[in-house]
Design a protein around this ligand. Structure first.
Ligand code: B1N
Length: 836
């Protein structure tokens, strides 16, 4: 490592403008950055200039940790986790870095002294929305915990130029707007052009015999794309570790341009260039809906190949042999999106580094772990064989050979079982042929895990049953978790102070210690303060809603919140049916006693998912009627908040009284929003699905509102031939709800608008809303009764927060480290480069 020259002797030693933490130094550094980086002075500066100046001031203060970390990992040849994910939903960096550096209060004061409002500057950051929902956000939480636990780790993904679209609501419908998050520049990333690599596509393969007499393959591609890495530091909480998130951006290769330019085909060359750059242009906005688009496969291959080549570079730079790959790196596949890595590592080891098959296969299978995130059949990735072979001619050869050897092993373990062979095959040959990515991931990995206890059991019993029979020892569970730094400390500073005033701040790193606030659940003073804080946060959100939507909501009403991607299996429309049920009760008897509620919804629908978009329109239409009906007298309010994202999530979780986790049992792999709500003291109404099961175990059945069929009951009902219409016909209340929708009551008399929704519920109802309806309504009635006793409600709320220790992503990461990655912490010592 190069050291910087020592300062000339005789220079005055002052607190360094790029590291100093005194208020005066912070102010000076901030104004310096405003001048030298933004090129502005205060009178001319925009809010965004101020945000940028502050971001650079904070970045300067973490760079030393970042470089120390890289240097330590290099010197110690540290075993490193590589988390491969097509999505990283990081959310804004500034606030999180202030918390993790422990300088929130100092910066806040420095800004105040300069006449600026830190909160406004925090709101200014365009968040990197490089993910769809839970899967991408989980990757972000895991990076935070890896750094906090001082585990050497790299996150590898794609630097999409456009992340998840911005959502607007027009006339109640979702409208998608391009997310130009890089518009004003990104102060958190540093490009590393010297570590660019190339990725090949298309063309054909040729075999030859090398000088040692070995059979080898050469791939002659049709096109080559350059991958340029952009690094973002990921700082741990109050440690010196700053790991790296390395995102790849696609560029045209110079060599390619050069040839085309020389031949005089100027437009051809420019076209090729923009074509190459398409690869990292935009995130696919589908959550759990597979789309067999070539560009998506190109994206997957792109970041996987770049990342594996980067790992080989790191290994070689540290003078380690390729044989050491699985000791140096543990590579986790975040779902099947990066599963092509199994074939690509084989290709790199054999074709580019001359290794023989058996050796390469041994290295490959010891390297990878695979996490399954969903059982939904529509999410399972399978690529049409023709498309796959044309784009990746070398990989299909390798996959065939993996498959040939694998099926031989299957035959030995299960002789004379052709059905099993065809189910396990990496190639689906039942009709049009497909490459099955989950099968490739299972064969190529030494560990396979689901994301909650129930989900991991279902994985073994259903989608991956044949692989479980084949390799039972590979299967484990790692229940998801979320980072308490972003989702409690940063999102809920008031509750954080209250808790810390009672039990100190150790809980932020050791969330199990929250148990120590259980003793205050019966302390009237503590209850009072806890409730006051919730009220104040609800008031803030009410103000925000008023300014965004012009709807007035009552902060003393029960805040009943469902925020997540819009999907039929998540059943936002079941929530809507409950609203109509309450509305009907009021219409039948305007003086009926009902607990005032504010129903808040937020979430994006995949742009091509018709039913999900109709559900958004449905919720908005109910709101239009209910919010202004004088009979309701303000007791019910329904608000759909547009453009739900991480930034907004941070305001929403702390304001909730009730968290809606109402998916059909067996459909939600884990859920992570459920954990964020509960940590912030919301009670859950939920089914026995995903991590709800474990949340209920932890907080106690008496502090959780359970309803609905179990996974087994759902399966049995479907097997027996489920007839939703029977529920409609036998339940008066349900019939009145459905009839009111069908009558056009919520659609200005248009009986056609919600027809598809109604027809689907009556005649198909894949997600069993009607079967769970009465149980849900009854359970919501218990919620309403419970909310009337605010003292008891607050007690339950405190116990929820106190018992959420298990759901820290620190616990999840410890599980992965011990059971799957076998990796140890490497603490970082702070070294001063200016002292040589
Ligand atoms: O992953 C989360 C879980 O908490 C959620 O329950 C689960 O629904 C979510 C294809 C997905 N599973 N699968 C996806 C996302 C994008 C895509 O293109 C599938 N997301 C989940 C974290 O474990």
């Amino acid at each position: 490592m190069q050291t910087l020259p020592t300062p000339p002797s005789g220079s005055v030693q002052i607190e360094d403008d790029r590291t100093g933490l005194s208020i005066e130094t912070l102010k000076r550094a901030f104004l310096d950055n405003l001048f030298y980086i933004q090129g502005k002075f205060p009178a001319l500066a925009s809010k965004n200039d101020y945000y940028m100046a502050l971001a650079y001031t904070v970045r300067d203060r973490l760079l030393r940790r970042w470089l120390n970390t890289a240097e330590t990992y290099t010197n110690t040849q540290a075993r490193t986790v590589c988390y491969l994910s097509a999505e990283f939903l990081m959310g804004p960096h500034l606030g999180n870095n202030l918390i993790n550096l422990g300088i929130y209060d100092q910066i806040n004061q420095a800004m105040t002294e300069l006449g600026l409002d830190l909160n406004e500057l925090l709101q200014q950051e365009e968040e990197p929305g490089l993910g769809n929902g839970g899967l991408g956000r989980l990757a972000a939480c895991y990076l935070d915990s890896l750094a906090t636990l001082e585990i050497p780790a790299l996150g590898y993904g794609i630097r999409y130029e456009f992340g998840i679209f911005d959502q607007e609501i027009r006339d109640g419908w979702q409208v998608e707007i391009t997310d130009k998050w890089l518009r004003y520049g990104n102060p958190w990333e540093i490009a590393r052009p010297d570590w660019a690599v190339e990725v090949k596509y298309g063309g054909h393969t040729e075999s030859f015999i090398d000088e040692h007499g070995n059979y080898r393959v050469r791939w002659v591609p049709f096109k080559v794309v350059k991958g340029l890495p952009y690094d973002t530091p990921i700082l741990g909480y109050k440690v010196n570790t700053a790991n790296t998130l390395r995102l790849w951006s696609a560029e045209a290769t110079e060599s390619f341009d050069f040839g085309a330019f020389n031949s005089g085909d100027y437009f051809g060359a420019v076209h090729q260039k923009s074509n190459s750059e398409n690869i990292s242009k935009v995130l696919y906005p589908n959550d759990e809906q597979y789309q067999g688009k070539v560009l998506r496969l190109e994206q997957q291959m792109f970041f996987v190949s770049c990342s594996l080549q980067d790992m080989i570079r790191i290994l070689q730079m540290q003078n380690m042999s390729l044989e050491k790959f699985p000791e140096k790196f543990s590579v986790q596949l975040n779902d099947t999106h990066p599963a092509i890595a199994v074939a690509e590592l084989m290709r790199l080891l054999m074709d580019e580094h001359g290794m023989q098959w058996d050796n390469a296969w041994n290295i490959t299978t010891r390297t990878f772990g695979y996490t399954n995130h969903t059982l939904l059949p529509e999410a399972l990735e399978r690529w049409p064989l023709k498309l796959f072979s044309e784009l990746l001619p070398r990989h299909i050869e390798i996959i065939y050979e993996i498959n040939r050897r694998f099926l031989d092993d299957v035959r030995i373990k299960f002789p004379d079982d052709p059905g099993r062979l065809s189910r396990l095959s990496l190639i689906d040959e039942s009709g049009e042929k497909y490459v099955r990515m989950a099968n490739l991931a299972c064969v190529g990995s030494s560990a396979i895990n689901g994301v909650a206890a129930l989900h991991s059991e279902l994985v073994k019993q259903t989608v991956l049953k044949d692989f479980y029979d084949m390799y039972p020892e590979k299967f484990t569970n790692v229940t998801n978790g979320v980072t308490p730094r972003r989702f409690v400390v940063l999102s809920n500073p008031r509750m954080t102070s209250l808790i810390t005033s009672k039990i100190g701040d150790n809980w932020i790193k050791h969330l199990d210690e929250l148990r120590r606030i259980e003793q205050f659940a019966d302390d009237p003073g503590f209850r009072y303060e806890f409730r006051q804080i919730k009220q104040a946060i609800k008031q803030d959100l009410a103000n925000h809603i008023k300014s965004e939507t012009d709807v007035e909501v009552d902060p003393s009403s029960l805040f009943d919140i469902q925020v997540k991607r819009i999907h039929e299996y998540k059943r936002q429309h079941l929530n809507a049916l409950h609203i109509i049920h309450l509305y009907n009760r009021i219409k039948a008897n305007p003086s009926a006693e009902i607990t005032p509620r504010t129903f808040l919804f937020g979430g994006k629908a995949a742009p091509g998912y018709y039913m999900a978009k109709l559900i958004i329109k449905f919720i908005n239409s109910i709101g239009e009627v209910v919010n202004r009906d004088p009979d309701v007298a303000g007791r019910l309010k329904v608000v759909f908040l547009k453009d739900y994202n991480v930034k907004f999530a941070q305001r929403v979780y702390p304001a909730a009284d009730l968290s809606e986790q109402i998916s059909t049992a067996g459909k939600e792999a884990s859920g992570t929003g459920n954990m964020k709500f509960s940590m912030n003291g919301a009670l859950t109404i939920g089914t026995l699905d995903g991590a709800n099961v474990e949340i209920r175990e932890e907080v106690g059945a008496e502090n959780f509102f359970l309803f609905g069929l179990t996974t087994e009951e759902v399966a049995a009902k479907k097997a027996a031939g489920y007839r939703p219409i029977d529920y409609y016909e036998s339940n008066n209340d349900l019939r009145q709800v459905i009839d009111r929708i069908a009558s056009g009551f919520f659609s200005h008399g248009d009986t056609g608008l919600f027809r598809p929704l109604v027809d689907n519920l009556l005649h198909k109802d894949e997600y069993l809303l009607l079967a769970d309806y009465q149980s849900y309504i009854d359970c919501q009635e218990q919620v309403s009764q419970a909310y009337r006793n605010w003292d008891h409600w607050t007690r339950m709320s405190i116990l929820n927060t106190a018992r959420m220790g298990k759901f820290s992503s620190d616990r999840s990461i410890r599980d992965y480290c011990q059971n799957i990655w076998k990796v140890q912490p490497v603490p970082i010592e702070l070294k001063d480069y200016t002292q040589s």
